[in-house]
Design a protein around this ligand. Structure first.
Ligand code: MGD
Ligand code: MGD
Ligand code: MO
Length: 843
């Protein structure tokens, strides 16, 4: 983006040294995508890809250039047709100042162990200890917590985005090792799709979110209209859970051409003119934030009153429309959900709503739903109502029709290959744990986004998905391959709650804010310092790519595998942890499992040695195009959905019988705790804060890559995107440092004033590193711009108890005075000559 380029102050030469210039991506019209051969074009050493080291990442496959044992440059993999410019930030994760060098223990914990002063947490003072001592402490604490409190006090199942690789799955390794020691408190659900993944199985019989979608060639052939509802695939398909193949971008280019020719109409329902709209074109419905359900209700009302709905489909494939209809028509609550009613809430005029309904009913309409909308209060309603709308249109199961919730994720809409799928390292072993004590009446798991509630309120009972969850007294928590001090909401509340924990262990390779708030910090290697293997292409499963070690492990870092193996030696479970195999043997076994499976499906693969020592890449033969929900449409009796009735449940008795006030038997509109554009609390804090997924990062990963960060940071801060009107009213210009605040906290950010945002809407991307001015002090200013200082920590509803991160209002002011430097990126303050007192205490 031009604004970002202008503000970052880096020289052209330096930008190019990071490999990627803006120009070559012009061919496909997006600044997100990296050009293939910048080095050659600039007259630098011509890339000789096959001599460079092949590896892969969440951002794609690539080849690393290594000189004298140092990774100096990165070239996209030649089989990636649309590499992302984020590849430029990978190399820095090995060398940046935030790299964790050695095992570290928080100063007061080193002195007093689990009886430490926990208010010292977060001030970032640590002492380096030898590996053996760090692991002894870790083991001692596991023993102590298991024997004095039992498994409910040990939280060890909280996983996250870690790195790619079928072997080195950091969270899996943690669960496998801790699970060999004892049972523990686990989590349910995730932050990504917490609300949708609970409600959609009741409504549509499957989670819907992580599944493959109808093949794009069929959508391009059959769709007349595509409604992109709160989704930004062009931005979000840059990354994948496994190594993405990026072949989806070719389909979006074809879509853009069809839009230009008038062959497909695209409607983007989004308060922001997002990257996808800029890429494919089309019209925008700039809905007010958090008010999509009223808009959907009004579309449904129009379809019904204008007899545009498909009665036959409703009769044959759904149940409960008759119970929903009285609500829609206002027979129950006296409020008909008309376009006029919705217009006042959602900010889209009634006539536009009617036209949109008519457009959607006029031909084949594919609805593409994103996930942000279910990461807000009552997020279940959006997911449910989108299915109802699609059911009324009656095209579910037809190519280019119906709904889908995963188009922006994991190369969705590509054609899945015929290749086998590799299994990964497993989190369970079948070997009994040493400790298997009672949970003492507490729950053995908690809904993941409620984990701070749990720390704060031990003993409290909450409703969740038809069950009662009793929060245990959590004493110890382990995090490996995730970053709770980025991903969880309401940072200041979290800091206070954290003090109730006796011991926190983190395993990472970057000194994140979670390390700052931990007691024992263990340094892991990056993917680039170890061998591994991964799928190339997610839903596409295009092939297998060798992730080859690029450089030797830096400082004292160890592979997660070795960290947890060495932990397990302390309780005689090392053999069970490794399964008696070395890392190299595991990689070979994972590969060979796929070879065997491949034979069964007629795909021949070379032997492991030939693969590993040869190209390190295998292409699988292409599969056939596929239509989501087609089998259900063709044979509803033989291929019923996984719902109670086997049909789409517009009314769901199972949910109704749970008796929740905030999620009832059919989709409904519920007012939010806070909402912009005249909603609750908007008089005090008028601007809605989006904390969407970053364009230039994966969550908090790559935020610590200094040069990469400088390509998008504004005045050294995380950008905040502000509408022209809101900026003008506050005297804010692009490039200004601003203070963003509400009753929960305050952060600095760098202003980007843009007409792409509707007035009353701003955005700071999630993953911006928490950088406290006074570490550990609740309420202190975040000097870099972590949006989760400002977000609300409240369950979506009693059904899913998922995150409501996107229910948050703020105000913004120009920052006066000299802004303090960002504090987050330089690792710990290391203290020397401190003698540990803890082991002598009661060992
Ligand atoms: N406000 C707001 N908050 C959100 C969201 C939002 O939309 N708004 N979105 C939410 C969503 S959907 C998600 S998925 C979460 C993501 O939350 P996380 O999964 O916590 O995010 P990451 O930044 O990917 O954290 C991964 C961590 O693992 C570390 N790591 C990488 N590789 C390895 C490895 O090999 N070994 C070890 N031990 N560590 C490694 C990285 O350095 C990083 O610190 O955030 C959630 N938070
Ligand atoms: N580049 C990049 N890609 C990623 C990730 C990343 O960190 N970086 N993370 C991955 C992960 S873990 C996940 S869970 C997915 C997240 O996928 P999503 O949650 O779908 O993605 P977001 O980018 O948060 O939001 C998508 C769109 O929702 C719009 N939106 C926000 N609020 C509203 C609203 O009230 N109404 C409407 N109609 N629209 C709204 C936003 O403007 C944005 O264009 O992305 C994945 N892809
Ligand atoms: Mo996610």
């Amino acid at each position: 983006m031009a604004t970002e380029m202008k503000n970052n102050g880096i020289t052209r030469r330096r930008f190019l040294s990071g490999l990627f210039a803006a120009s070559a991506s012009a061919a496909i019209g997006s600044s997100l995508l990296a050009p293939r051969s910048v080095l050659a074009a600039e007259g630098a050493a011509k890339a000789t890809p096959n001599l460079d080291i092949l590896s892969g990442s969440h951002w794609g496959a690539f080849r690393a250039k290594v000189k004298d044992g140092i990774w100096v440059d990165t070239v996209p993999f030649e089989k990636d047709p649309h590499p992302t410019s984020m590849l430029a930030g990978l190399r820095e994760t090995v060398y940046n100042p935030a790299r964790i060098k050695y095992p570290m223990v928080r100063i007061d914990w080193l002195k007093h162990g689990y009886k430490s002063d926990t208010t010292q947490r977060g001030d970032n003072r640590f002492v380096r200890v030898p590996w053996s001592q760090a692991l002894d402490f870790f083991h001692y604490e596991l023993e102590r917590v298991q024997t004095t409190h039992g498994p409910s006090a040990l939280y060890a199942g909280h996983t996250g985005w870690q790195s790619v690789g079928k072997l080195h799955s950091a969270g899996t390794m943690m669960m496998r090792a801790i699970g060999l020691h004892g049972t523990y408190l686990a989590k349910a659900g995730d932050y990504s799709t917490g609300a949708a993944q609970i409600v959609l199985p009741y409504v549509a019989g499957a989670m819907e979110v992580y599944e493959q979608q109808t093949s794009w060639p069929l959508v391009l052939e059959h769709a007349d209209t595509i409604v992109v509802w709160g989704s930004d695939p062009i931005k979000n398909l840059q990354v994948g859970w496994m190594v993405p193949c990026h072949s989806t971008y070719g389909y979006y280019q074809q879509l853009a051409e069809k839009v230009k020719k008038g062959e497909i109409k695209v409607i983007h329902v989004d308060p922001v003119r997002n990257e996808t709209q800029k890429f494919v074109g089309g019209d925008q419905i700039p809905v007010n934030p958090q008010t999509d359900v009223p808009l959907m209700m009004a579309l449904a009302h129009t379809l019904y009153t204008e007899k545009l709905h498909n009665e036959q489909f409703l009769a044959d494939y759904t149940t409960g429309f008759d119970k929903f209809l009285p609500y829609l028509l206002g027979e129950k609550d006296g409020v008909a959900k008309t376009p006029e009613w919705a217009a006042k809430i959602c900010g889209i005029d009634a006539e536009t709503i009617r036209q949109m309904a008519r457009q959607m009913a006029s031909g084949r309409t594919q609805i593409i739903g994103g996930w942000c909308l279910q990461r807000m209060q009552h997020g279940e309603q959006y997911a449910w109502m989108l299915v109802v709308l699609a059911a009324m249109l009656g095209q579910i199961g037809l190519p280019g029709g119906g709904y889908g919730f995963g188009w922006h994720y994991n190369d969705a809409g590509t054609i899945t290959s015929k290749g086998p799928l590799m299994a990964g390292f497993s989190g369970v072993t079948g070997v009994d744990p040493i400790h298997n004590h009672s949970y003492n009446g507490y729950s053995s798991f908690i809904p993941v986004a409620r984990f701070v509630d749990c720390i704060e309120n031990p003993g409290q009972k909450i409703d969740w998905n038809g069950k009662t969850i009793t929060f245990p007294h959590m004493k110890m928590a382990i995090f490996c391959g995730n970053n709770p001090f980025h991903h969880h909401q309401d940072r200041n509340r979290m800091i206070k709650a954290w003090r109730n924990l006796e011991t926190v262990v983190t395993v990472d390779h970057q000194w994140t804010a979670s390390c700052r708030f931990a007691d024992i910090v263990l340094p892991a290697t990056t993917t680039y310092e170890r061998d591994d293997i991964e799928q190339f292409g997610n839903h596409s499963n295009k092939g297998i790519v060798a992730l080859r070690k690029i450089v030797d492990p830096m400082f004292g870092s160890k592979d997660d595998f070795d960290i947890f193996r060495e932990l397990c030696t302390r309780f005689d479970r090392a053999e069970a942890f490794t399964g008696g195999k070395t890392k190299a043997e595991w990689i070979e076994e994972i590969y060979s499992g796929a070879v065997l499976q491949g034979r069964g499906v007629g795909v021949r693969m070379p032997k492991f040695n030939k693969f590993w020592e040869g190209e390190g890449f295998i292409d699988f033969p292409e599969g056939s195009p596929w239509v989501r929900h087609e089998s259900f449409r063709n044979e509803p009796d033989l291929e019923p959905l996984g719902t109670a009735s086997g049909l789409i449940e517009i009314y769901c008795k199972t949910i109704a019988d749970m008796g929740y006030d905030d999620c009832q038997g059919h989709p409904m509109w519920f007012e939010k705790a806070e909402r912009s554009h005249g909603g609750p609390k908007s008089a005090k804090f008028p601007i809605h804060l989006q904390s969407c997924h970053p364009k230039h990062r994966l969550h908090s990963q790559l935020c610590s890559s200094t040069e990469h960060r400088e390509t998008y940071a504004v005045a050294g801060r995380e950008p905040i995107y502000i509408s022209v009107e809101d900026a003008k009213a506050r005297g804010i210009k692009s490039g200004d440092i601003v203070r963003v605040f509400n009753d929960r906290g305050q952060v600095l950010a760098g202003a980007v004033v843009t007409d792409e945002y509707k007035s009353g809407v701003c955005r700071i991307h999630e993953g911006a590193w928490y950088s406290p001015l006074e570490g550990g002090k609740p309420g202190t200013l975040c000097t870099y711009g972590d949006p989760n200082v400002l977000t609300l920590d409240k369950g979506t509803s009693k059904l899913a108890q998922a995150t409501s991160a996107h229910t948050a209002l703020v105000d913004i002011e120009k920052y006066k005075g000299v802004a303090p430097a960002p504090t987050g990126f330089n690792g710990p303050t290391e203290l020397h000559n401190v003698n540990p007192l803890f082991p002598a205490m009661d060992l």
